[in-house]
Design a protein around this ligand. Structure first.
Ligand SMILES: [Zn+2]
Ligand SMILES: [Zn+2]
Length: 497
């Protein structure tokens, strides 16, 4: 019996390990990686690499005259005890000199047979195993137990680009030919199209920006869409929600239904998971943790907080898209007019490090309507919004997704934040700031980085009482206080519905 797994790396752990294995000396090197295990019904189990422990040649790792490498007992012991204590999967790593295909040798397998039953006893319920690297390939021998083994389905490296590696080219999926995507396949290749068809992509927020993202994703042939929004469609949305038509005004259907209807009309093969609910509830957020990519097109601070956590905790790439039309209070003069596209990648600087999760706004969002009025915040007036500005952000985001995700040979810049300023007619780029102690994206022992389901997401609970809400706000504020910025126009740029 075998259960295949997906292995996921963030850029920094991948670079650290790969540079150690292939320093240019054409020799064998070794390491141990500790990975969180995420298992969900009917989905491929994921191993999320949280930490890389490099074995120092000649101290922790030696190669016999016959060419067989061996980790020292002390090194193995330290690593397996940590894996057990932190509920992580222990994976021994070494490299071969092959390129696009790699497989363990008979000697490798024999050493697993000798060593892993004892390691499983120490690991107390967590699987253990080995990874072998080729230059552009990877294989796993995962011991779920003494009787059940698993192999690699594929490995995903989440850097600015999202790369896939297999144990051999024959393991990569193939796309069935469809004339509807013929012109696109001429550009992306069959492998790229197959990759899109196998992708599970979430769109959170299906208003002006999110509906446009769905339009592009459905037409380009993404196989699985997870569509999340708690709102019903209204007449005031018709000028921007591109999945709606005039007669929808009479029925006020959920925005999720409109998005799914559109996607199915374009591509009858698409699978849509429709969730008419708020992503900030734990059971809804949980639907995102097996996605391959997330479009965050809802603009509440809590949605940012939750998706930011998922990106770092589950190593899932995302993009936040929004637009802003700011009028002066006095005369209604235009003060700001822009779209933003913010790439989110794990472990390299997040929305919190970059001052884009405002504690002030988070606290205001938590207020009930009665509290809101009692404290004289006044009625929330709708923000101005226009389809053209939404389109700039949405198109940039889906194009960046395509370039980053499909792995074309196009050179891609590092993940960054982009803002299209209509007054200047230019895109302004901001490089990501990375707080080395960030609770979300740093390698700190307390950080949620690559912890998978081992820690809870910062979500609201279903049965949360008002008093609970207040104590949770206080606790979130304590946690985030040091990183918070005062509210400013730039932190509020987002999507209007
Ligand atoms: Zn080997
Ligand atoms: Zn951060």
């Amino acid at each position: 019996m075998s259960r295949d797994v997906e292995l996921r790396f963030a850029q920094s752990q991948w670079d650290q390990l790969y540079n150690h294995l292939y320093p240019g000396d054409e020799r064998e090197h070794a390491a141990v990686v500790l990975a969180a295990l995420v298992q969900r019904p009917s989905q491929t189990p994921r191993l999320l690499v949280r930490e890389v422990l490099l074995a120092q040649d000649g101290v922790d790792y030696g190669v016999s005259p016959q060419g067989h490498g061996r980790l020292s007992a002390t090194f193995i012991n330290r690593a397996i005890v940590r894996a057990r204590n932190e509920k992580l999967v222990y994976l021994h790593v070494h490299n071969h000199g092959s390129d696009r295909s790699v497989e363990f040798s008979d000697v490798d397998y024999a050493s697993h047979e000798r060593g892993y039953p004892a390691l499983l006893d120490i690991a107390k319920g967590m699987p253990v195993g080995a990874l072998v690297f080729g230059l552009r390939s990877l294989q796993i021998d995962l011991w779920w137990s003494k009787t059940e083994r698993g192999r690699l389905k594929y490995c995903t490296v989440v850097s600015s680009r999202i790369q896939r590696l297999y144990s051999s080219p024959s393991r990569a999926p193939k796309a069935a030919y469809r004339p509807s995507v013929d012109r696109q396949v001429r550009f992306l290749g069959e492998a790229g199209q197959a990759h899109l068809a196998g992708a599970r992509v979430a769109v959170v927020g299906l208003g002006g920006v999110g509906s446009m993202a769905v339009q592009d994703l459905a037409r380009m042939g993404v196989g699985d869409l997870v569509l999340i929004d708690s709102d019903k469609f209204e007449e005031t949305n018709l000028s921007r929600v591109v999945t709606a038509i005039f007669r929808d005004i009479a029925h006020k259907p959920p925005k999720t239904e409109l998005a799914a209807r559109y996607a199915r009309l374009v591509n009858p093969n698409v699978r849509c998971e429709v969730i008419e609910d708020d992503v900030t509830y734990e059971d809804v957020a949980d639907k995102l943790v097996d996605c391959d990519f997330i479009f965050l097109c809802a603009d509440t601070m809590r949605a940012r907080l939750v998706v930011n956590a998922i990106v770092n905790q589950h190593l899932i790439p995302a993009v936040q898209v929004g637009s802003k039309i700011l009028l002066s209070k006095e005369g209604g003069n235009l003060e700001q007019l822009y779209s933003v596209v913010r790439h989110m990648r794990p472990g390299c600087g997040c929305l919190l490090c970059n001052g884009l999760i405002s504690g002030y706004r988070l606290a205001i969002e938590e207020k009930s309507e009665a509290d809101w009025r009692a404290q004289n915040y006044g009625a929330e007036t709708p923000n101005p919004s226009v389809i053209t500005l939404n389109g700039i952000g949405a198109s940039r985001a889906t194009n960046d997704f395509l370039m980053d995700f499909v792995g074309t040979d196009v050179n891609r810049p590092a993940a960054a934040y982009y803002r299209y300023d209509v007054f200047k007619g230019t895109w302004l780029k901001t490089n990501l700031r990375h707080d080395k102690d960030c609770s979300e994206c740093s390698g700190d022992t307390e950080s949620r980085f690559a912890r998978g389901s081992g820690v809870r997401l910062p979500c609201r609970q279903r049965a949360e009482k008002a008093s609970n809400t207040l104590s949770r706000i206080a606790s979130v504020m304590r946690d985030l206080w040091s990183a918070w910025m005062q509210p400013s126009a730039s932190t509020q740029a987002g999507t209007t519905k």
